[in-house]
Ligand binder design. Structure first.
Ligand SMILES: NC(=O)C1=CN([C@@H]2O[C@H](COP(=O)(O)OP(=O)(O)OC[C@H]3O[C@@H](n4cnc5c(N)ncnc54)[C@H](OP(=O)(O)O)[C@@H]3O)[C@@H](O)[C@H]2O)C=CC1
Ligand SMILES: O=C(O)[C@H](O)COP(=O)(O)O
Length: 496
């Protein structure tokens, strides 16, 4: 079970506790949620199945703690975040070990997720003191019909309680990308971690506890999203929801009520390859973009749209590189590791079989053992195949051969998703025109889609999301503007 020592307080018996009012607690439910190791398919960890009463208590304490937190000087909030970031990075090993066991992330990638997360928290602290330390000053005579009798001062104020719900694939990084902006902006934060990934997230929360955040400013409740999710997202104490995940986010946005929402949902990121593309660069980007963490990234390349004349060469190069990927357990740092759950593996297999039955060309033999699926490139995919449109979230990648750039853009824009996309060409003018035509939140030119570096804006169009992430955008999103207007008895003009 998880590492003892500094993390001793977060576990009782064999079940991890939840974090409420600055303390680690056992749920009164007497129930636990099992976390299944994707590699062994045995139960690896247990977390508390929190009750609705416990959620209520967390919300109450988050609400009262926020009032005091908002009065804490900005530099002091930043100092605490820097401290949490340092503690997080100091405990990279035990947290990464949990990621390996809970979500089968390769050991080296698990360690870099923790380091990246510490860096994100520190960056957010630095950015916060600047973004939140500045407001606006407006004078009334810039608007027609007014004299200079009014001075308007605007500042950014906290929203209250922010509810953060991240997905399984980056349970630490996509938690802190919500926690740090919320806290620096003077909000309190309630985290509902994904079930697969909950124990890594609880370790990360303990780092914030050790940093000395006041009671109630940060809390973490565990339980299955399907059981406590609605209660949390519809809770009257929540003033903002920051969610990353799948279609669940669409359902949440319909139920949440009149509060700001930040939604980062699925994607079907298209990779358009033009005739003049550097095929070595394109093929290595496709392999990295499509197959790292076994394709379980929202920003994974999820469909290749290649010009017919270069398709054979591209497919050959991609296949050569796929042949070099190692397949096996995350502990061995394999490139391809088991996907997160058996149901996920079954879903991927469903897409693969549909493509096979409809006549697609398999570049490798389809191979699966339990949750482990060998990397597979599926060529000659046609629009009537599910894999042309649905995201497998696994190590299988469809190739659609196109006869014009317009056909590629049309396929990209016909998707319900609009997260990212990428274009490979040496002609920057063409790249810009195609980028403008693609209905996605980001287009990468000559590289695979990616969210990072974490301070870049990150957003999806259509069913891929609401709002924008990235450090600065998240800080702004988790604040409101407040104006104070000074009314003068007579117009006043400086130096006038
Ligand atoms: N755009 C982006 O940035 C990203 C998008 N994704 C997308 O996420 C999906 C895969 O991630 P996955 O974790 O399986 O996504 P899910 O949408 O299944 O789960 C995301 C989070 O929502 C929780 N949840 C489940 N049901 C509810 C509910 N009714 N109310 C509130 N919360 C709930 C889950 O908890 P529990 O685990 O307990 O069920 C989890 O914490 C893919 O579609 C992928 O594209 C993933 C990463 C990044
Ligand atoms: O959830 C995801 O898939 C991430 O947001 C992707 O992040 P990355 O592109 O930086 O790996």
């Amino acid at each position: 079970m998880g590492e003892k020592g500094v993390f001793e307080d977060i576990i009782e018996g064999d079940t991890f506790k939840y974090y409420s009012e600055g303390e680690w607690k056992v749920s009164a439910s007497g129930k636990y949620v099992p976390i299944i190791n994707p590699t062994t398919r045995n139960m690896q960890f247990k977390v508390q199945a929190c009750t609705q009463e416990e959620v209520n208590k967390v919300m109450e304490s988050a609400k009262s703690a926020q009032k005091l937190w908002a009065k804490t000087p900005l530099w002091k909030r930043a100092e605490l975040l820097h401290k949490a970031a340092a503690i997080l990075k100091d405990h990279k090993k035990p947290i990464a070990d949990c990621l390996v066991k809970e979500i089968a992330k390769a050991a080296k990638d698990a360690a870099s997720e923790v380091v990246r997360s510490g860096d994100l928290v520190s960056y957010c602290a630095e950015e916060g003191v600047r973004v939140l330390g500045e407001g606006k000053f407006l004078v009334s005579d810039s608007f027609p019909g007014n004299e200079r009798t009014k001075y308007c001062l605007t500042s950014k104020i906290p929203l209250g309680v922010v509810l953060a719900i991240p997905p399984f694939n980056y349970p630490v990084n996509l938690s802190v990308s919500k926690i740090a902006p919320a806290l620096i902006a003077g909000n309190s934060l309630v985290l509902k971690p994904p079930t697969q990934g909950a124990v890594s997230a609880l370790h990360m929360i303990h780092c914030f506890h050790l940093a000395g955040f006041p009671k109630g400013v940060i809390s973490c409740v565990t339980g299955k999203g399907s059981e406590i999710g609605d209660f949390l997202t519809m809770h009257p104490g929540v003033n903002c929801i920051s969610f990353t995940g799948g279609d669940t986010g669409i359902a949440i946005s319909k139920k949440a009520g009149m509060i700001p929402l930040q939604m980062e949902l699925g994607g079907k990121d298209a990779c358009i390859i033009l005739e003049d593309a550097d095929l070595d660069l394109a093929s290595s980007s496709i392999v990295k973009g499509g197959f790292s963490y076994s394709g379980q990234r929202c920003t994974a390349v999820k469909v290749v749209l290649v010009m017919q004349s270069i398709a054979d060469s591209l497919v050959t190069k991609v296949n050569e590189k796929l042949g070099k990927l190692t397949v096996g357990p995350p502990e061995n740092n394999c490139d391809i590791t088991p996907v997160v759950t058996e149901s996920s593996a079954n879903f991927i297999e469903g897409l693969v079989m549909d493509a096979k039955n409809k006549g697609a060309t398999f570049c490798q033999e389809y191979k699966r053992k339990d949750n482990l699926i060998w990397p597979l490139l599926i060529d000659n995919v046609k629009p009537d195949m599910r894999i042309a449109w649905e995201e497998p979230f696994g190590p299988v990648l469809p190739v659609i051969r196109i006869s014009s750039v317009e056909e590629g853009i049309h396929h990209c824009n016909a998707s319900n998703f609009g997260l990212q996309g990428c274009i490979f060409t040496k002609d920057i003018n063409k790249a810009i025109l195609i980028s403008d035509a693609m209905e996605t939140g980001t287009v990468q030119i000559n590289s695979a889609p990616a969210r990072g570096p974490d301070h870049f804006p990150f957003q999806g169009l259509k069913d891929s999301g609401i709002g924008s992430q990235g450090v600065t955008n998240s800080i702004n999103m988790m604040t409101k503007i407040k104006s104070t207007v000074i009314n003068l008895p007579t117009p006043s003009y400086t130096m006038g």
